[in-house]
Design a binder for this molecule. Structure first.
Ligand SMILES: [Fe+2]
Length: 277
């Protein structure tokens, strides 16, 4: 059976291009919806990890960042162990230390490199990439930079099975627990030192659905974390379309095959999720 050690590994070149060592690796990454990304020297990850560890302290002032709606601020989710500090891009400078806001912009570049390679593979003409992605492929759209940890006083799953709704998720986790669904079975995605985990989300599936090469959103979960386990904390970056924006489906000829407001797509996903439960 496939194990995480066998997951494909990619890197981003100085020219900001996502590359795999072989085309078979790219094929497998596209089929699975998940792969490892080698951490480049330019990424200021250590400082961000330290910032995340600092949030474990119940007296951390960053736990008092106010909530903006349901998605931002210091949040404990229902039905799972995850607790997080979540902020989208336009709040980074206001609330995160300068080096963390800068780290978020470094992750923006990785997210853009990933989505651009997905579009390149899809055959959709480059002139349509920005519009198809609600601006994200051109450096706009929305991004969340979240610092998560798991509250083991809660006996639930770490994180219930789900797909991510956005384009691309970038994960740096400190301990095991992540699993992906491969042909109906959950398999481990071990922490691979020196690498981040990338997975594709629903919005990316939507915008490539009529192209020559679509990608799927991988179903994943986080196993229940025990009190005796090392504390699992991590950094999660979500590359998303703007909630008020539109997504467009193009084919390889550059013709529009469909569209949806982001709100409608996310509402539909939420409905399907509820029906599956
Ligand atoms: Fe997720």
């Amino acid at each position: 059976m496939l194990q995480g050690e066998g997951l494909p590994v990619a890197s981003v070149t100085e020219a900001q291009r996502l590359v795999f060592s072989t085309s078979e690796d790219l094929d497998r990454a596209w089929a699975l919806g998940v792969f490892y990304l080698k951490i480049s020297e330019g990424l200021h990850l250590e400082g961000a990890r330290e910032f995340g560890r600092g949030l474990l302290d119940v007296d951390s002032p960053y736990r008092r960042i106010p909530k903006y709606g349901d998605l931002e601020g210091f949040i404990a989710l229902e039905n799972n162990q995850q607790t997080k500090l979540a902020l989208c891009r336009h709040h980074w400078v206001q609330h995160y230390p300068a080096d963390i806001a800068q780290f978020g912009r470094e992750l923006d570049l990785l997210g853009i490199a990933v989505i651009r390679e997905v579009f390149r593979q899809s055959g959709i003409p480059e002139a349509m990439w920005s519009r198809a992605s609600g601006g994200y492929a051109a450096g706009e759209g929305t991004a969340f930079l979240n610092f998560v940890h798991y509250d083991t006083r809660n006996p639930d799953l770490g994180l219930r099975p789900h797909t991510d709704y956005g384009f691309v998720t970038i994960l740096d986790a400190s301990a095991p627990g992540l699993q992906i669904d491969v042909d109906g079975k959950f398999v481990d995605v071990p922490v691979l030192p020196g690498h981040l985990v990338i997975n594709f989300g629903e919005a990316l599936h939507f915008v490539t659905a009529h192209s020559e090469r679509s990608v799927g959103a991988v179903v994943h979960r986080v196993l229940s974390q025990k009190y005796s386990d090392p504390v699992r904390h991590g950094i999660v970056y979500f590359a998303n379309p703007d909630l008020e924006g539109m997504l467009w489906q193009f084919d390889a000829k550059g013709e529009v095959k469909g569209s949806s407001s982001v709100q409608d797509l996310f509402t539909l996903l939420e409905t399907n999720l509820t029906e599956d439960r």
